[in-house]
Design a binder for this molecule. Structure first.
Ligand code: SAM
Length: 427
């Protein structure tokens, strides 16, 4: 099965797919970091994978080099997907410049893969704030116009046993010519989303959806500009679009195992990395401008606050925030890793070292394990430590893609069998 990987980062999609089945063949991958001259993520990708073509250029310039493929995958940014009619042609529409989703659509239009598997932050379903669900509606309608059905699910990896409470929306689009589309198009959307659909097959849900959120049904307008200008929809964590019809429900995960905990990840890391270097520990013997040591600074950052502050306009107000665990709890999955992991920042994970009992940041290797990457995946020899954390903050929980990959291969096999039967009938 030929795969194209966009926004490849350090290859989380590819790793998950290859773990699922060795018949996934990534023929073309693109990764380019616009904000830096050095291309550490791309170098890491190339070091870890050798087959296929790896392209290190802006996708806006290289999209037309994408070869034929069956499955397009990628994690792309949540941007402004609004469109406007072009002045010249009645039917021409234009999205904002620099919005990467439009590059995906160009590839879809020219190569028409059977399946797409995309990943995004959960905010995508709601944005923008003043027209809820507009961006996701534009995205759905764009795929509809190219003949795709789309299913989505917001998944918190820890709900299905993984070691991180990372919530991301996964979007699976399948062309109307596929066997799956044929199978699902006469079924009830509710039944698809709860039982029969792509996600429910691998990520089971409770029979009843969350009673606090009634399910939603709607019809997407035909015209993309109308959607962009006026359409809103209260998207829930799961749903399906077939033709113009959208159904969405707030589903509750069903999982009867116990998730891997942060403590177990530290134990696994300990077996590999042994004693942790001094530089990860929070110093207690230094002092910053506020008179705090590194340890005290982190304790302050994580602590509850109610502080009088003065705004730029001279207005006095109280800034409040609740406290966070300091150090982290080891008996539950970790919180979401961000790209700032490992810095003196409120959201960085700070743990009690299993051997010394002293307080420290997690190591880059522990960050890799929290996403389910092999240990030392980003230790390329050239990638700075900050970038190793950064890449993991950008990456995904590989085990989720592995589960989805198994389902995609299943679909592909059925598809091939059916095509074979049809050919035999023709003879
Ligand atoms: C959310 S990350 C994807 C991470 C990936 N799934 C992984 O497992 O590592 C998005 C990636 O898109 C890349 N990117 C951003 N703008 C790009 C562009 N214009 N062309 C190609 N890649 C781009 C970023 O450098 C980043 O690595």
């Amino acid at each position: 099965m030929k795969v194209v990987e966009l926004f490849a980062g350090v290859g989380g999609f590819r790793l998950g797919l290859e773990r699922a089945d060795d018949r996934f063949d990534t023929v073309w991958a693109n990764q380019w970091e616009p904000s830096t001259k050095s291309q550490h993520a791309f170098d890491c990708y190339t070091k870890n994978f050798d087959s296929g073509e790896h392209v290190n250029r802006d996708i806006a310039e290289s999209w037309n080099e994408v070869p034929e493929h069956d499955l397009l995958v990628g994690g792309f940014p949540c941007q402004d997907y609004s469109v406007a009619r072009t002045l010249s042609g009645e039917s021409g529409i234009q999205g904002k410049k620099g919005v990467l989703f439009w590059q995906i659509m160009k590839i879809v239009e020219s190569r028409r893969p059977k399946y797409l598997l995309l990943e995004n932050v959960d905010r995508l379903l709601k944005s923008p704030a003043n027209q809820r669900g507009r961006d996701f509606s534009v995205m759905l309608a764009s795929l509809r116009d190219e003949g795709y059905f789309v299913e989505w699910r917001m998944i918190n990896a820890a709900d299905y046993g993984f070691a991180q409470r990372r919530r991301r929306v996964f979007i699976f689009a399948f062309h109307e010519s596929t066997q799956l589309a044929e199978e699902l198009k006469s079924d009830k959307p509710k039944n698809i989303v709860h039982n029969k659909g792509f996600f429910s097959r691998r990520f089971p849900v409770q029979e009843e959806h969350n009673a606090k959120h009634p399910d939603q049904q709607g019809t997407l307008p035909k015209d993309l500009v109308e959607i962009s200008d006026h359409y809103s929809f209260a998207y829930k964590n799961s749903g399906i679009m077939i033709g113009d019809e959208v159904y969405s429900a707030e589903l509750l995960p069903e999982f009867d195992g116990t998730p891997v905990t942060l403590g177990e990840i530290l134990e696994e890391a300990d077996r590999i990395q042994g004693e942790v270097d001094e530089r990860y520990y929070l110093r207690t013997d230094n002092e910053n401008k506020k008179g705090r040591s590194d340890y005290e600074e982190m304790a302050y950052q994580k602590g509850p606050k109610k502080e009088k502050r003065i705004s730029n306009t001279g207005h006095e107000y109280y800034y409040t925030e609740g406290g966070m665990a300091f150090p982290e709890r080891l008996d539950v999955p970790s919180r979401t890793m961000l790209t700032s992991e490992g810095t003196k920042n409120r959201s960085s994970h700070v743990v009690e070292d299993l051997n010394t009992g002293k307080i420290r940041f997690i190591t880059p290797l522990e960050a890799e394990l929290l996403n389910g990457f092999p240990a030392k995946w980003t230790a390329t020899g050239t990638m700075p430590e900050r970038t190793r954390y950064f890449c993991m903050g950008n990456a995904l929980v590989v085990g989720l893609i592995e589960k989805m990959g198994k389902e995609i291969m299943n679909l592909h096999e059925k598809e091939q069998e059916l095509n074979h039967q049809k050919q035999m009938e023709l003879f």
